[in-house]
Design a protein around this ligand. Structure first.
Ligand SMILES: [Zn+2]
Length: 421
């Protein structure tokens, strides 16, 4: 009998403080969906579900016939499950970590270094940069999801410099004027003017930041109390972030970065050096295995200002939505394939009128999450079909074809992470 290549997983929940509480959290709801025994504490945040083999959250294997306890152990002893190219390229390790996030309070504004910079930073300061890998990330909304991503078009930033004098004060007149003048110039002048503005903000004295932020908060609050709409300068968002992170430099970042409101199924891709932050909502996220993060605000943690200001891509752009492509072989399959080798995410939306659905075999280990619907999964190496429902997570070895029988009339919604080299 061939080694069993398909099995269900029990995944690790991270209770970070920024997560949504109890059953408000999609992470908690998925957990309760897959395991009726699971007790959800309403006074506890359920921030992240980790679906992978990361040492700080290695998934447990839910199959008594398999001797290994965790996915990490199993992969270490069954290297061929990764797929031949993946195994060689990523030294016998699963190259990605797949997650569900439920965000209640904003996560820090951050960027991740590219490979070259990651190696350098790790060598120079391993206490802040724990590995030598890059960390591209992709977030796909499960519910309406709000985030900041990449620099806004220059015209928008220039408008904020006029409308928000507190912001302009921190940037200074010289840098602000330089930015305005760069508008009709080449991309290099734009980048250098933008870098100068952003650096001025980040290098502002803490005391001055707090003063200006207090002035802005007071002004917005008074205007709102008087019945005036302050949405042209994102009054509500500014107050909300200031409440979460009083006096934090990152509150001003909303005037530099695009504010994205993703609808379910819409995605953003965070390539190296793009500043970003998740503000609110639930999403699936896939990332390369790394912990390298350079922070830029909305955080009490260490901010490496020189590295941050040096590394960012100062490329203004309005269009930050990452669009999936429709599979030509499978009408129910959308593929989110970012320009990095480490991972690809697939979304499968199968109408409840279909009774059987085949999950395409790929030359990569993959992890499937059922968000909605009910199925039984069978494959050539599985003896008894595996029942899966909302919140169920399935590991599939490379080149294994899996057939799903829909056992309820509900539409089926699943996400799958893999590595297509
Ligand atoms: Zn990030």
């Amino acid at each position: 009998m061939a080694v069993q290549q398909v099995f269900p997983l029990s995944c690790v929940v991270q209770h970070y403080a920024w997560g949504k509480m109890g059953s408000n959290s999609e992470v908690a709801r998925l957990l309760a969906g897959s395991d009726p025994q699971a007790r959800i504490s309403e006074d506890k945040p359920y921030a992240e579900l980790w679906m992978g083999s990361h040492p700080r959250g290695d998934a447990k294997i839910l199959d008594n016939c398999i001797s290994q306890k965790t996915l990490g152990q199993w992969i270490a002893e069954n290297q061929d499950c990764l797929g031949s190219k993946v195994k060689d390229t990523f030294n016998g390790k699963l190259p990605f970590l797949f997650k569900v996030l439920s965000v209640e309070t904003a996560l820090s504004i951050q960027a991740h270094p590219n490979k070259e910079l990651a190696e350098k930073l790790h060598l120079q300061a391993p206490q802040h940069y724990p590995d030598a890998n890059h960390k591209p990330e992709m977030a796909i909304a499960l519910t309406s999801f709000q985030g900041l991503c990449g620099f806004r078009p220059i015209e928008e930033i220039v408008t904020f410099l006029t409308k928000v004098p507190e912001f302009r004060f921190l940037i200074g007149d010289n840098a602000a004027t330089q930015l305005k003048q760069s508008m009709n110039s080449d991309s290099q002048s734009v980048a250098s003017a933008l870098q100068s503005c952003f650096s001025h903000l980040m290098k502002s004295e803490k005391k001055v930041v707090v003063e200006q932020l207090n002035l802005l908060v007071k002004r917005i609050s008074q205007q709102v109390a008087a019945g005036n709409n302050m949405e042209d300068i994102y009054g509500d968002l500014l107050l909300q972030l200031h409440q979460q992170y009083p006096g934090d430099i990152g509150c001003f970042a909303i005037y530099f970065l695009n504010l994205l409101a993703l609808k379910p199924g819409e995605a953003m891709f965070l390539e190296a050096n793009v500043p970003h932050a998740y503000l609110k909502g639930d999403c699936v996220e896939c990332m390369a295995c790394s912990d390298n993060t350079v922070r830029a605000g909305l955080t009490p943690k260490f901010i490496d200002v020189p590295t941050l200001c040096e590394m960012l891509s100062y490329i203004p752009s309005k269009d930050r939505l990452f669009l999936p492509t429709q599979s030509l072989e499978d009408p129910y399959l959308s593929i989110y394939d970012p320009p990095v080798p480490d991972f690809t995410v697939m979304r499968m939306e199968v109408p409840g009128s279909i009774t059987e659905y085949k999950v395409l075999a790929v030359d990569s280990a993959s992890i499937v999450l059922v968000v909605q619907g009910r199925v039984t999964a069978s494959s050539p190496t599985v003896q008894t079909p595996i029942p899966l429902q909302r919140g169920g997570v399935l590991f599939i070895g490379a080149n294994e074809s899996v057939s799903l029988k829909l056992t309820a009339p509900d539409d089926l919604l699943m996400f799958r992470a893999c590595c297509l080299l």
